[in-house]
Design a protein around this ligand. Structure first.
Ligand SMILES: [Zn+2]
Length: 316
């Protein structure tokens, strides 16, 4: 019960789910990195639960290079294997007929358990990390899956056929309430390998959590407000200030940036008499024979008749 209260109390914190570059800690970067091949394609993001506390998990994951990132309960994100390389996180696995999911996926370990709620600070980091990776690899929400969704078991004493349900790892990440907190709008609707009869269902409870209505987290996360990166959370694009704008180098660029000609230099009208004290400012430009010179680079000896003087239009 106290966990529930703690989670509800941090609802306010959750509203700070704004898009920022996520800091990633390299303390547990795996010594295996150099020996791992580069991955040729990336079409899935696989979420795992460590099923163990952070300390041992991080050491273990790092030594064996078993994921790309590990997200601790306090939201700290550790880099384990460089995202371009293969990490061994999915084991015996298949998705949509393709086996060895490691070769086409990113694996994220989350400190915690497949059937227990996670703190919002942790979910926030998972959400930001997943979003960044989705952007990099153009991965849709329904291709953000759990380990249990891609793992399968070979036939054994109890299961006569190849079956889904070898693991429940990451199960909570398929539940609608948790996906809402992670701002994942779609989830895979059916198991593609069960549908194609490549596998049979070996764990009906898991099946319901992954594709049915089973959601044991719905009460816990019901009150969490999400300021989706959609409309309201989007920061207004900053207007580039004069010093950060790209310096125009052609007359077309001057026009594009809102400059207008304010006069032509002649013996009777020197730059000072056209642009006043701004004559040698970096945002006053002089053009002649298609050459563009900013005021602060204009040498008095190079001032010549016929130069056009440019300043920004008012209000631009
Ligand atoms: Zn796993």
């Amino acid at each position: 019960m106290h966990i529930l209260r703690l989670l509800v109390a941090s609802v306010a914190l959750a509203s700070a789910f704004a898009a920022q570059a996520l800091p990633i800690v390299n303390r547990y970067r795996s010594p295996r990195n150099a020996e791992r091949p580069l991955r040729k394609q990336t079409t899935l993001i696989v979420l795992h639960t460590t099923e163990a506390p952070a300390k041992g998990s991080l050491r273990h994951l790092s030594e064996r290079g078993e994921c790309h990132y590990c997200v601790d309960a306090d939201g700290t994100v550790y880099r384990i294997v460089d995202r371009r390389r293969v990490a061994y996180h999915a084991g015996t696995s298949m998705w949509d007929g393709k086996t060895e999911v490691d070769n086409f996926s990113i694996g994220i370990e989350c400190v915690g358990y497949h059937d227990k709620a996670m703190p919002l600070a942790q979910l926030k980091s998972i959400r930001e990390l997943v979003k960044e990776l989705q952007k990099i690899y153009k991965i849709k929400d329904d291709h953000v899956v759990t380990h249990g969704q891609v793992a399968y078991g070979e036939p054994n004493k109890w299961q006569k056929k190849k079956h889904r349900g070898r693991k429940r790892c990451g199960m909570l990440f398929a539940m609608p309430s948790v996906r809402r907190v992670l701002d994942l709008k779609e989830r895979a609707k059916k198991d593609p390998d069960v549908r194609a009869k490549r596998l049979v269902v070996g764990d009906t409870y898991l099946e319901k959590a992954l594709y049915g209505k089973t959601d044991t987290m719905s009460k816990i996360y019901a009150k969490v407000k999400i300021d989706s990166t959609g409309k309201n959370a989007k920061p207004k694009p900053a207007k580039p200030s004069a010093s950060f704008a790209i310096v125009p180098q052609t007359i077309a660029q001057l026009y594009a940036q809102g400059y207008e000609s304010i006069g032509t230099v002649s013996k009777e009208r020197m730059p000072y008499s056209i642009a006043g004290e701004k004559w040698n400012a970096p945002d006053t430009f002089y053009t002649i024979r298609s050459r563009v010179t900013p005021g602060n680079a204009l040498k008095e000896s190079r001032v010549e008749d016929g130069m056009t003087v440019w300043r920004k239009k008012k209000g631009k």
